[in-house]
Design a protein around this ligand. Structure first.
Ligand code: ZN
Length: 121
């Protein structure tokens, strides 16, 4: 596939698609990148997404979980273990899914804007 067929950065991030060829090769595990895209050879290790997404996700996931827990407690007053069963898996799941999307989006945007660390032009 050519670069002209490349998808939008958000779509690529959601589906884990290579920003160059569109093959589903971006992720090795849920939120870790492969070294490179096998079909087109794009080197994912050359991109530096760092930890930029983590602080943002802490605020988003924290807000969702805290607001949800307060709402659940005030509206239903469930036993304590219901909070554990609901909020612990939701926190872990939201963190992993949103981290994957955010990291994929950062790589897709770096590729689209031809941005690299410490380079001029
Ligand atoms: Zn590729």
């Amino acid at each position: 596939m050519s670069r002209a067929l490349a998808q939008s950065p958000l779509r690529g991030a959601l589906l884990g698609l290579c920003p160059r060829c569109g093959a589903p090769t971006m992720f090795h595990r849920i939120a870790s990148f492969r070294d490179r895209c096998e079909p087109c050879g794009l080197d994912y290790a050359a991109f530096d997404v760092g930890d930029a997404a983590a602080p943002f996700l802490i605020f988003v996931v924290g807000a969702v979980v805290v607001i949800g827990a307060i709402w659940l407690e005030l509206s239903r007053s469930p036993p304590w273990w219901v909070h554990v069963v609901v909020w612990v898996p939701l926190t872990i799941g939201l963190t992993l899914v949103l981290l994957r999307i955010a990291k994929g989006l950062l790589i897709a945007l770096e590729y689209k804007n031809d941005a690299r660390l410490g380079r001029r032009e």
